[in-house]
Ligand binder design. Structure first.
Ligand SMILES: Nc1ncnc2c1ncn2[C@@H]1O[C@H](COP(=O)(O)OP(=O)(O)OP(=O)(O)O)[C@@H](O)[C@H]1O
Ligand SMILES: [Mg+2]
Length: 359
């Protein structure tokens, strides 16, 4: 059995990850805090699917990917990749998955690029003929030929990323996790990486889970997108669904002195829920709440009120709408900060073997 049978090639059933964090709160004082990075997360990805996995900073995306590789052990729930429990059989799984963490490298910093590939050839025990064929193909497709003898530390970020993607695919993995593979890349490199991924998916039916903050990655590569926030799945469906949800709204919660009929609000604001003396009014997120509040305060016995922001699904939808408007101008100015951050992270974490799933 390879994991397709029970509903998905990648399968999560109420997966949890809780971190115990110790924080210094003063001289000799430490506080223990629990961070629920992934909270009862369930989803299934079929073989050959290319799925976008998005959400704000700290949402739990990288934590999910690390659990899917076996680097981190879930605190609860059930998780399978190709029928394998990553925690229990990390080495066996390593032969079937490829991982690219955009923020760090799995390559050997001081060695020429080709030496990293030779080491992987050995580590993964890739048959010689297959190694040669895959290397040739990846070098060609990712335009690496001129870089093979260059030490990794001398590569630009975009060159290194292409080198990392090749490294993740030398052993013909069936699943590829990409955690921000286009971070800090210029427009040309991004386009090249996206084209390559599209081809890989079309030719080899490689299953891809793609985490990114660049919504164009998703637009160009994924027909399905999952949105995660606070470790929970907020949306799972076609990209078009996110677009449609674009009309995001805020909610004004009003407490009146007593139970009353629904407030007569000026359109497009309207009452969406009444519970005793409390009423909920939806209004466009782009409008100020002030006129609405003033009007209600003048006409109703108001005790208290609060404004709730749209949920993450709506926020992301709105982001998409804005993004589509500026799509053309935005392209040229991407990623200056990203380059610096990623380079620092790469240098600092080079010694961290986390991303290098050694079989
Ligand atoms: N090793 C760790 N120890 C303690 N807390 C952690 C650890 N790794 C992640 N966290 C916490 O778990 C939460 C989720 O982090 P994660 O890195 O998965 O987010 P993310 O969705 O990848 O965010 P980003 O978009 O910034 O990459 C955050 O609150 C983070 O601080
Ligand atoms: Mg992350």
């Amino acid at each position: 059995m390879d994991g397709d049978g029970d509903g998905g090639f990648i399968l999560l059933d109420r997966v949890e990850k809780v971190f115990d964090v110790r924080k210094r709160t003063g001289f000799l004082k430490r506080e223990r805090r629990r961070v629920r990075a992934v909270d009862s997360l369930s989803f299934a990805v079929a073989r050959g699917e290319m799925v976008g996995y998005i959400g704000p900073n700290g949402a739990g995306k990288s934590t999910t990917v690390k659990m899917l590789t076996g680097i981190l052990t879930p605190s609860g729930g059930r998780l399978r990749v190709a029928g394998i429990d990553p925690t229990r059989e990390r080495m066996r799984l390593a032969h079937r998955i490829g991982v690219v963490f955009g923020q760090r490298t799995t390559l050997w910093w001081d060695l020429p690029l080709i030496d990293s590939y030779r080491l992987m050839h050995r580590m993964y025990r890739i048959p010689d003929a297959r190694y040669r064929a895959n290397l040739e193909r990846l070098v060609e497709l990712l335009d690496l030929r001129a870089l093979l003898d260059t030490p990794v530390r001398q590569l630009s970020l975009g060159q290194r990323m292409r080198g990392d993607i090749a490294a993740a695919l030398l052993h013909d993995p069936e699943v590829l996790y990409l955690d921000e593979p286009t971070i800090g890349l210029d427009v040309v490199s991004k386009t090249r990486v996206r084209e390559f991924l599209r081809e890989l998916n079309a030719e080899r039916a490689t299953t891809v889970l793609l985490t990114t903050h660049d919504l164009q990655d998703i637009e160009q590569l994924c027909s399905r997108v999952m949105v995660i926030d606070h470790g929970r799945l907020m949306y799972d469906g076609p990209l078009a669904g996110l677009h449609r949800a674009g009309e995001s709204e805020r909610t004004l919660v009003v407490d009146l002195e007593r139970e009353m009929p629904p407030i007569d609000a000026p359109a497009p604001a309207r009452v969406v829920r009444v519970e005793g003396p409390r009423q909920w009014l939806a209004f466009p997120a782009t409008e100020s709440a002030a006129p609405l509040v003033a009007r209600i305060a003048a006409q109703y016995p108001l005790v208290d009120l609060s404004v709730r922001e749209p949920d993450i699904e709506a926020v992301i939808a709105k982001m998409y709408a804005e993004r589509a408007d500026q799509a053309d101008q935005a392209d040229g100015v991407d990623g200056v900060d990203g380059v610096e951050q990623a380079e620092q992270a790469g240098a600092a974490e080079q010694a961290d073997a986390a991303g290098r799933a050694v079989p």
